[in-house]
Design a protein around this ligand. Structure first.
Ligand code: HEM
Length: 541
């Protein structure tokens, strides 16, 4: 058949189709419905078949191996993440054993098992951007969910000074004020000879601290009579996170509904969301540039709200491009910071408490080292001193290495030029999405000797310093954790004081409770419970 015949037949088919469509209104309604459904099904089938063939043959990632279902659709990933609630991460090592260092985990994304590329993707001036699909968590205006390099840089520049080490050290009094409230609670449990809900106390503590930091007022979670429920409320943000990622329309629909229906369907997380929205609305309405700039000139007094709201004026004064902060930007940033500043640090302290009690030889060395710290005139352990204790600092790092607090792949879009992966001797093309789960690197025996051993001593001395390059819990580079100085300060201060003030004991079932689940950040299977007995502080010193 030559081209003329093909054209003639196509023209005939087209005329037939036009004739058929023009006669549709004459058909009986039942027949018409049936015909439309059949035509739509055939069109869908043709579309899907074409798409699958494309993804297996012509797609830029077609040559990379992976499970068949992953190469043609998102179904496998969605099943393990959304339906089995965070089980996809467990599949990755199995895939790598079977398919090698680069595995296609959905049609547009590959996962890499090669330490050589981690610092290439997550470096200071990286052109790799956050994958918008994976970061579509509903607070799109927050820095943590901003993809374009320049847009992210502007937001980060405004926030960076608020999280500097110097600024965090100025929070020491505030950190102690809230900690005393935690200890009052613990003393109450001790008196009643009851188990201490230490997980919930940590959640409330980090929530109160980050709210003081954010808008200058503690949420008062620790002192609240219903603090156990409030802690659960804070945690509920990430409980259904996989459904939110894979079925974004559910969350969008809920947010579009009248408030009373939404709060009836899911009371907890929308309350936090609306709370932040109300704060943002009031802050914008009551913003006073002069008052705010005075606060900013007195280090230690300004809040993150002050900084964000006055950033526009500062930029204008410097002759830079400026635009007023919108309500949505402030509300989204508050939700993101409130959450990022609460759950990971609290969870890390839960695991640190568990390891402290699980390994008596580690406990003994920590207590010995803590006893060398001279308390200040208020009887407190000074933060700078606690943060310079070699073994205790090693213990904090080892906990961060051992438990992957943010266990995900942190997916990034490959920039122009592609990404060369030495282990596979292949280049991943521009536009593809790549990610690396840091857990296998923390457990890589070429980097960490005897990785399955919990050994704070590995962080001591020069060899220990070199390992810092491979401590990836806060990620690295341009989009690493902005709150890491605050997190380190909270962890050191809370744990040092708790360990030296009380004799602690695990309660039955702790091992099972500490099995971790992937909820984008780690969730222990159950909350930790401990028993405490006050130490004689003078004897410890
Ligand atoms: C032990 C505690 C913490 C851990 C392990 C942790 C871990 C991380 C990681 C891995 C990232 C990178 C995420 C990504 O690329 O998608 C990140 C980003 C971030 N973290 Fe943390 N974090 C902790 C505590 C905090 C605290 C206390 C804050 C306080 C506000 C905070 C605020 C943020 C923000 C705002 C980002 C986004 C940074 C950006 O996009 O430039 N985090 N964190």
């Amino acid at each position: 058949m030559d081209f003329t015949q093909v054209h003639a037949q196509l023209a005939q088919a087209r005329a037939g189709l036009v004739d058929y469509i023009s006669r549709l209104p004459e058909q009986e309604p039942r027949v018409l419905t049936w015909n439309i459904v059949s035509a739509a099904s055939v069109a869908l089938l043709v579309y899907w078949t074409g798409l699958i063939i494309y993804r297996l043959t012509l797609h830029p990632l077609a040559r990379f191996p992976g499970p068949f279902l992953c190469r043609i659709s998102d179904l496998q990933q969605c099943y393990y993440e959304a339906i089995l609630n965070g089980k996809f991460i467990e599949q990755l090592p199995k895939y790598h054993r079977k398919y090698g260092p680069i595995v296609r985990i959905n049609p547009n994304e590959v996962h890499i098992d090669d330490p050589a590329v981690f610092h290439e993707i997550y470096k200071q001036n990286t052109p790799f951007t956050k994958d918008p699909k994976s970061y579509g968590l509903g607070v799109s205006q927050a820095m943590a969910f901003t993809s374009p390099v320049e847009k992210h840089r502007v937001k980060r520049q405004a926030l960076d000074p608020a999280f500097s080490k110097r600024r965090v050290n100025m929070m020491e009094d505030g950190l102690y004020e809230e900690l005393e409230k935690v200890f009052d609670r613990i003393d109450g449990y001790e008196k009643r000879d009851e188990e201490v809900p230490i997980s919930e106390l940590y959640y409330c503590y980090t929530g109160d601290i980050i709210s003081r930091y954010l808008f200058g007022k503690s949420l008062g979670l620790i002192s609240a009579p219903d603090f156990l429920e409030r802690a659960e409320q804070m945690r509920s943000f990430t409980r259904g996170v996989w459904i939110s990622i894979h079925f974004q329309f559910i969350r969008d629909t809920m947010l579009a509904m009248p408030r009373w229906i939404t709060s009836f369907l899911n009371d907890a997380w929308v309350k936090v969301l609306w709370f932040c929205e109300d704060l943002a609305k009031n802050a914008i309405a009551n913003f006073d540039a002069a008052e705010s700039s005075e606060k900013l000139s007195k280090p230690g007094q300004e809040t993150i709200f002050d900084r964000l709201l006055s950033d526009n004026d500062r930029r204008r004064q410097k002759g830079q491009e400026a635009h007023p902060l919108t309500f949505r930007e402030l509300a989204d940033e508050s939700v993101a910071i409130l959450n990022a500043g609460t759950e990971p640090t609290a969870t890390m302290m839960v695991y640190a408490t568990y390891f402290f009690l699980r390994y008596p030889e580690v406990q003994e060395r920590i207590l010995k080292e803590l006893s060398t710290v001279q308390r200040d005139e208020k009887g407190r352990l000074p933060l700078v001193k606690v943060e310079s204790l070699p073994y205790f600092t090693g213990f904090v790092r080892e906990t961060l290495r051992y438990v992957p607090l943010v266990p995900g792949r942190l997916p990034r879009v490959v920039p122009k030029g592609g990404l060369y992966v030495p282990a596979a001797r292949d280049t991943i093309p521009e536009g593809a999405v790549v990610g690396i789960d840091h857990m296998p690197l923390h457990w890589n025996q070429d980097i960490f000797e005897r990785p399955s051993e919990f050994d704070p001593g590995r962080w001591l001395g020069e060899a220990g310093k070199e390992l810092n390059h491979w401590l990836l819990s806060f990620s690295k580079g341009r989009t690493d954790c902005i709150g890491k100085n605050l997190a380190y300060a909270e962890m050191h201060l809370v744990l040092a004081n708790l360990f030296s003030r009380y004799q602690l004991e695990l309660t039955p079932g702790s091992d099972e409770a500490m099995v971790w689940l992937d909820r984008v950040i780690v969730h222990p299977a159950k909350n930790l419970r401990i028993k405490v007995r006050a130490r004689n502080l003078e004897a410890v010193a």
